[in-house]
Each structure stands twice: as structure tokens, then as C-alpha cells.
Write a protein that binds this ligand. Structure first.
Ligand code: SAM
Length: 274
């Protein structure tokens, strides 16, 4: 069954001789039921703006467009542009393609004056975490986007939703927990991708909090980096360069505790005290 009358993705790949490149984190999705499921996870997309990073040959892009979205897609691999142009012609005025590196893109400039865009992407693994951190640290807050629905390696997804006390809890969990509500929506097995990666992936749905605890993002970044950089050590040692024992006592945190035992409120208190 087809969601549009465009040719099957495998044919598109063959016609444009698109061999996946590992250096660009290319693991493509050809299953249109799965791409539709990812798109649905982001909610009702009818006439809603969507930003997609790394459309590749356009599997997820086609699902977004079929559900009525207005898509702006940023792709670094120029080999994919002819295939994306074909999709754009099929959906006149609904797909804008930007050729370039998402890490250098000013995403807030892509948001128009109407509804805030949703960010939806099967992210390239090599830059996915960096992009997420950039979006979580967006200023001003509330951010330029309404939500993010993103594919990550399962291990990264677990770090995003991690709670204090767990192995996976670290800088990513504190930043995500501070500014958003994040949940793992569903897992995607390796064989769903071409070529299959070695590990399971997960789709994470992230909704920004309207009013996160007041905190300077850069200070929170510094505290979490120091604390989790030496996560086995007591905090008085790991955050010594930021004020160590005196700082911890100032905010009423036992200096012999370790980073993974601190909840988000405590990290915010520390960040506000440095
Ligand atoms: N969305 C497609 C799909 O689901 O089949 C492709 C996903 S693939 C995991 C990641 C895509 O991101 C590739 O098309 C790759 O070329 C692109 N990409 C890699 N690094 C990028 C970057 N820095 N900026 C924009 N796109 C990038």
C-alpha cells in the first residue's frame, strides 16, 4: 500500500544511486507504516509546520506530508536533493528543502509567525545528541518549537528520560528534565533500517515545559558537566573547581553525595549558587 503515488523508496534509492554513507549516520527507513507511526506520534499535523533534520531520500518526509504537514527539511547530503525535489513537486508549496549542515542552522529563524513548528526527525546518530542539547538550551524560553519527536539509539533515549539514582542519569537527563517532559514512545528494531545499525533505536517525544525552574542554562551545563564528569566521586571533589564543599553547604547538599543522587531541583539550586 502506498501513502502517496510516488515510487517506492527502494526504487528511488536505486535510480539516484543512493548508497548509505556511514560517515553521515545514514540508516534509512523504507517502511511507510513505521514512518507514519513516527509522524502520528507528533500529534495532528494537518497544516502544521514541521522541521525535519536529515530527510535523506524522504521516507519520513513523505509520511509527514501525507499527514498534511508543511515541512522544512535540512539535508547535508547533496546526493539526496534530486529525490527530495521530486517529493517537493508532488506536494507543491508544502516542502522546503535546505541544503546544508543542521549544526550550523539557525532553527529559530525557520519558525514563522503562525503555529510553532514541531521538530520531527530520524536523526543522524553522530550529531543527534548535540542537536538535542542545542534545542534544549534554546533562548529565549519557551522555545521556538512546539515539541520534538526524535529517533535516537535506545541507550541515548534512556539517558534523556533518566531519573536520579539510575545508571543512565546524567547531564542529558538533567537538561531534558529541567526544561521538558520527555518520554520514550516506542522502540524500533535494527532490521527496520537500511542498512541495519547494531543497536535498537527509540522514538522519544519531548514537550517543552512552559515554566521550568528559573536557572541559567550555562551554569547548569557547567555544574552537570563537572559533577557527572567524575560521577563516582563525591560532589565535594567533582565540583571542587566550582566551589566544592562551601558551595554545597551553601545550598544544603551533603558534600559526600554523588552526582547521580541529586534531583533536578538540587542541580538547579547549585547552578543558581555559582
Ligand atoms: N530521514 C531519513 C529516514 O528516516 O530514512 C534519513 C535518516 S538518516 C538516520 C540521517 C540523515 O541525516 C541522512 O540523510 C544524513 O545524510 C543526514 N545528515 C547527517 N548529518 C547531517 C547534518 N549535520 N545536517 C543535516 N543532515 C545530516
Amino acid at each position: 500500500m502506498s501513502i502517496d503515488s510516488l515510487p517506492p523508496l527502494r526504487d528511488v534509492m536505486e535510480r539516484h544511486q543512493l548508497m548509505a554513507k556511514k560517515s553521515l549516520g545514514q540508516n534509512f527507513l523504507f517502511d511507510l507504516n513505521l514512518t507514519a507511526k513516527i509522524a502520528r506520534q507528533a500529534g495532528d499535523l494537518k497544516d502544521q509546520p514541521v522541521i525535519e533534520v536529515g530527510p535523506g531520500p524522504g521516507g519520513l518526509t513523505r509520511a509527514l506530508l501525507a499527514q498534511g504537514a508543511l515541512v522544512t527539511a535540512i539535508e547535508r547530503d547533496e546526493r539526496c536533493l534530486p529525490a527530495l525535489d521530486e517529493i517537493a513537486s508532488h506536494y507543491p508549496g508544502r516542502l522546503t528543502i535546505i541544503s546544508g549542515d543542521a549544526l550550523e542552522q539557525d532553527f529559530s529563524a525557520l519558525a514563522g509567525n503562525g503555529s510553532k513548528p514541531r521538530i520531527i526527525a530520524n536523526l543522524p546518530y553522530n550529531v543527534g545528541t548535540q542537536l538535542l542539547v542545542n534545542w534544549l538550551l534554546s533562548e529565549p524560553w519557551p522555545p521556538f518549537y512546539a515539541s520534538m519527536t526524535l529517533m535516537f539509539q535506545r541507550e541515548v533515549a534512556e539517558r534523556i528520560v533518566a531519573r536520579p539514582g539510575s545508571e543512565a542519569y546524567g547531564r542529558l537527563g538533567v537538561l531534558a528534565g529541567w526544561r521538558s517532559e520527555a518520554k520514550i514512545a516506542f522502540d524500533v528494531p535494527p532490521q527496520a533500517f537500511t542498512p541495519p545499525p547494531k543497536i535498537t533505536s527509540s522514538v522519544v517525544h519531548i514537550v517543552p515545559r512552559a515554566e521550568p525552574l528559573a536557572c541559567d542554562a550555562a551554569s547548569l551545563g557547567r555544574v552537570t558537566q563537572a559533577a557527572f564528569g567524575q560521577r563516582r566521586k563525591m560532589l565535594r571533589q567533582s565540583i571542587k573547581s566550582l566551589g566544592g564543599e562551601a558551595l554545597l553547604e551553601k545550598v544544603g547538599i551533603d558534600p559526600t553525595r554523588r552526582a547521580e543522587t541529586l534531583d533536578i531541583e538540587e542541580f538547579v539550586a547549585l547552578a543558581n549558587a555559582i
